[in-house]
Write a protein that binds this ligand. Structure first.
Ligand SMILES: NC(=O)c1ccc[n+]([C@@H]2O[C@H](COP(=O)([O-])OP(=O)(O)OC[C@H]3O[C@@H](n4cnc5c(N)ncnc54)[C@H](O)[C@@H]3O)[C@@H](O)[C@H]2O)c1
Length: 398
């Protein structure tokens, strides 16, 4: 029997890195007794300093009062002792390193130590949550709660169910996330990358293929997507900013082996490998798609993308969003909310589809797929049945 929201008093966060400390700061400020655990004492020391700094910022910008943040600091306990952290916890969030084996060990331990009705969650960015759940004797109470960085500022949290998750667990997870003053969206099936990163993938990859094939330039696409289409960053600028290229290449083999529904079965664009092999991971290595030796900001001329059709980038994203609706992964509203709050995109992909018309989107998806006929990506890029149906009937999503 999983805990209900009214019974949750104590939260435990495992891993006090960038995400764990942010999640703990949010939980404590929301009024929960909060334990934060790490195997590395120095990380806990740093976490405490950083939480104090971010609470200071919250007071400065009027998001919290000093009395509230002082009380929140009092509610936080920093400990390397897992038993102390989770012994009384009602809601546990694991935010340790992104390695399946490390997380599986943690879940095995949580299963032994945490109270019987505790809800056990993971902040994994994309690892197999079903397998994590299966390391415990209570797979129905294990669920994904995927936060965005930085947790104190980003409003969205994805709640990911596995085939084992009981409805009560998902409801409790969403309720506690709302009590943190965040917005949950529900991913009803444990698929690789969940909702938001699933939409992000074509945003990064289709443009890479266009550049690789010599059809468009990096600056042309970045300028069009940023200054014409209203995305916060162009796809190449974003990849350099997040260092996503390194993660993507290093995770490629894991993705290809993943046996969850909607797994990816294609390799990444060779241009990513070329950059990876040269150590050009993005801003953190001073070079990625752009060079950052002389400036932290890439030089993207405002008018360089005038001739580029941004629907060529939107189309595969919309197709991916429609596939998620077709496979009942998430609701139309949740998918759009994910894009708007998780990616800060100008609109959600399904609203965009309604705005331009499914028939126009279908044409563009087909055009993009046709450009892939000589790669193994063609199957992945073909229009899905629901998009074809909407295009035929003039159907909309709203
Ligand atoms: N950084 C992001 O933007 C982001 C966004 C969403 C999700 N995530 C996910 O959140 C998780 C944490 O990411 P991060 O960026 O905070 O990583 P991080 O490297 O900053 O922190 C990981 C922490 O886990 C600790 N740790 C390792 N093994 C542990 C164990 N057995 N028990 C307790 N603590 C342990 C480490 O000492 C470290 O302090 C990962 O699964 C990551 O994929 C990260």
């Amino acid at each position: 029997m999983v805990v209900g929201i009214s019974d949750i008093e104590t939260v435990a966060v495992i891993g006090s890195g960038e995400m764990g400390r942010g999640i703990a700061a949010v939980a404590s400020l929301a009024g929960y007794e909060t334990y934060i655990n790490d195997i590395d004492e120095s990380q806990l020391v740093e976490a405490k300093e950083q939480i104090q700094w971010s609470y200071g910022k919250s007071v400065e910008n009027g998001a919290a009062t000093e009395a509230e943040t002082d009380a929140a600091i009092e509610r936080l306990t920093f400990t390397t002792d897992l038993e102390e952290a989770v012994g009384d916890a009602d809601f546990v969030t694991e935010a340790a390193v992104e390695q399946q084996s490390v997380k599986e060990d943690i879940f095995e331990n949580l299963d032994e130590i945490a109270p019987e009705d505790a809800l056990l969650t993971t902040n994994t960015s994309g690892l197999n949550i079903t397998q994590l759940a299966e390391t415990t004797s209570r797979p129905g109470q294990v669920i994904g709660t995927h936060w965005f960085n930085p947790p104190m500022l980003m409003e969205l949290v994805e709640v990911i169910m596995t085939e084992h998750t009981v409805d009560g667990a998902a409801d409790t997870a969403e309720s506690i996330i709302r009590s943190f003053d965040k917005t949950p969206i529900r991913c009803k099936i444990d698929i690789p990358s969940f909702i938001v990163n699933r939409l992000m993938r074509p945003y990064g990859e289709e443009p890479a293929w266009m550049v690789y094939r010599g059809e468009h330039s990096i600056k042309e696409i970045d300028s069009a997507m940023k200054f014409k289409a209203g995305f916060p960053m162009g796809p190449f600028e974003l990849a350099d900013y997040t260092g996503g290229l390194q993660v993507r290449v290093e995770a490629e083999q894991d993705h290809l082996k993943d046996d969850r529904p909607m797994s990816y079965d294609t390799e990444v664009c060779p241009i990513l490998h070329q950059l990876y092999d040269k150590g050009r991971y993005g801003r953190k290595t001073n070079a990625g798609y752009y060079d950052y030796t002389d400036s932290d900001e890439p030089d993207i001329p405002v008018d360089a993308g005038q001739g580029f059709d941004s629907l060529l980038v939107w189309a595969p994203i919309i197709n991916e969003a429609v596939k998620m609706v077709q496979n009942e992964v998430a609701s139309v509203e949740d998918i759009d909310t994910g894009a708007e709050l998780g990616g800060n995109w100008p609109t959600g992909p399904l609203k965009k589809c309604d705005e331009v018309g499914a028939d126009v989107v279908l044409e563009k998806v087909t055009e993009v797929a046709n450009r892939h006929t000589d790669t193994d990506k063609v199957a992945e890029t073909l229009p899905c049945d629901l998009l074809v149906e909407k295009a035929k009937n003039g159907g909309t999503f709203y």
